[in-house]
Write a protein that binds this ligand. Structure first.
Ligand SMILES: [Zn+2]
Length: 188
């Protein structure tokens, strides 16, 4: 029973993309909703894309630290990205920003296109822009709330960590300069 909790969608370069059974059920119902109105599956798939874009942002930031993502799990309202563990704790506070950054990168052009070209646009074409634009941006902001179960928890911890990192680096630089001053080299 435990094995069918997730449905494997596909594998890309060793990265397994899985969907929780509850989300699979929602997607199937959403696709079936197409028998009534095409905007139901369009809306469902657009929302699924928002979740996936967020996780891809984590994959992107993890890759910047040379960390390979092993799997992505998608749930009805969030997801989880499992990547290799870094040697220092610093990336663990930068990678959470990846999800939000990816969402904002997608949301801004979608909002712009919707703002300028939505007049007379058919609802089925407008809906993905609304989901990938406004809904996407709204979720990104909610996700930045500093709560334990959201990315915001780790995202905002980066700030004091970065300040202390800069402080320690400046201190190390000063001490290096001081020592360099005492070391002498002579030339004939
Ligand atoms: Zn996230």
């Amino acid at each position: 029973m435990n094995k069918i909790r997730f449905i494997k969608l596909f594998t890309y370069r060793g990265m397994r993309i899985k969907m929780h059974w509850s989300l699979t059920l929602i997607v199937i119902l959403g696709l079936l909703g197409g028998l009534l109105d095409i905007s139901v599956p369009v809306g469902t798939l657009s929302f699924l894309l928002v979740l996936f874009i967020h996780e891809l942002g984590h994959v992107w930031f993890a890759a910047r630290f040379g960390l390979k993502t092993l799997k992505i799990e998608l749930y009805p309202f969030d997801g989880r990205c499992y990547h290799q563990s870094p040697d220092t704790p610093y990336p663990n506070y930068v990678i959470p920003w990846g999800g939000v950054v990816a969402q904002v990168i997608v949301a801004i052009p979608c909002i712009a296109i919707h703002y300028f070209y939505s007049d007379g646009m058919r609802w089925r074409f407008e809906l993905p822009l609304i989901f990938l634009g406004y809904v996407n941006l709204f979720i990104a902001f909610i996700n930045l709330t500093p709560l334990k179960f959201l990315d915001g928890d780790k995202c905002w911890q980066l700030l004091p960590l970065y300040i202390s990192f800069r402080f320690r680096r400046n201190k190390a630089k000063k001490s290096e300069q001081k020592h360099r001053h005492h070391r002498t080299v002579s030339h004939k």
